[in-house]
Design a protein around this ligand. Structure first.
Ligand SMILES: Nc1ncnc2c1ncn2[C@@H]1O[C@H](COP(=O)(O)OP(=O)(O)O)[C@@H](O)[C@H]1O
Ligand SMILES: [Mg+2]
Length: 273
């Protein structure tokens, strides 16, 4: 893939991230952590790239670098050919374009805010829609994640885990992003609910042409959603390939071990509603 490939919406080029002593919990110990080293990945528009690997392999750090929560210490990340930096994230068009959905929906939603205002907030803060049409826009967003308009007047605690994650997805979609980084977004949910949320994400992708970076340690879920898979270990990229290829013939023992950990009998297939 050439640097000019217009299909590449996100380019991660030789990215490294070192957490220095003085920033972490063990500030006194002068130990720095290499969380990412020399990661290069291209993500094509409208596709899903899964990032997999055992705990501590650097998946979250990479996701956070992409949405601008962390700055890489080495290398560059490009969105539509534009280099991402602290300065570029001040550009609202770039900031809105890349959104993140987190693992724990309960923690990412303000318990004291009604769902309607949680979703309306980004729309109002960034003046995306006219105040007079905010209510309608919120209802459209709730509808697009399979929740009725009535959800707007309720509080997050009135919803199940899966429904909370739907609310978090609606909020992320409110800014009409192009790229969604989902960091273990279904990992905390029951298996049957996982399938529903994964199917919702797939439907939304089809409708909106979204690009997903799907961070997960669960290969069964990854197989169902990803076009390509990047395998990470200890901050390094171990291998990358199309989902079919990687599941059929993993190149490394590490990937084989990740695949072997997939519980049998788990089906991510769509169930009749
Ligand atoms: N804010 C931080 N400060 C210091 N070290 C961190 C920080 N975030 C992550 N790390 C370290 O970076 C490595 C990768 O972590 P992480 O990206 O969370 O992995 P994963 O999401 O794959 O479990 C781990 O060794 C972790 O302890
Ligand atoms: Mg993580």
């Amino acid at each position: 893939m050439s640097a000019e490939d217009p299909q590449v919406i996100l380019r991660i080029a030789n990215v490294g991230k070192i957490f220095s002593a003085g920033m972490g919990l063990f500030a006194g110990s002068m130990k720095s952590v290499v969380a990412l080293s020399n990661i290069s990945l291209d993500v094509r528009s409208g596709t899903t790239l899964a990032i997999v690997g055992e705990s501590g392999s650097g998946k979250t750090t990479l996701g956070r670098c992409i949405v601008g929560l962390y700055e890489p210490t080495e290398g560059d990340i490009f969105y539509c050919g534009k280099r991402l930096s602290k300065a570029s994230f001040r550009d609202f068009e770039i900031r809105r374009a890349i959104q993140m959905v987190f693992q724990d929906p309960a923690a990412s939603l303000n318990p004291r805010q009604r769902v309607g205002s949680i979703i309306a907030e980004p729309l109002l803060v960034h003046k995306i829609v006219d105040p007079s049409s905010v209510k309608m826009r919120v209802e459209e967003l709730l509808d697009s994640v399979g929740l009725g308009a009535k959800a707007a007047s309720k509080f997050p605690h009135e919803f199940s885990g899966g429904q909370k994650q739907r609310i978090a997805i609606a909020r992320a979609l409110s800014l009409e992003p192009k790229v969604l980084v989902c960091d273990e977004a279904v990992s905390a949910l029951d298996v049957s609910v996982q399938a529903q949320i994964v199917n919702l994400l797939k439907d939304i992708q089809k409708e909106r042409g979204l690009t997903y970076l799907f961070i997960s340690h669960d290969m069964a879920v990854v197989r169902h959603i990803a076009d390509e898979v990047a395998v990470m270990r200890g901050g390094e990229l171990v291998e990358k390939g199309s989902t079919d290829e990687l599941f059929r013939s993993p190149k490394t023992a590490y990937t084989r071990a990740l695949l072997a950990a997939v519980p049998r009998g788990i089906s991510m297939h769509r169930q009749a509603a």
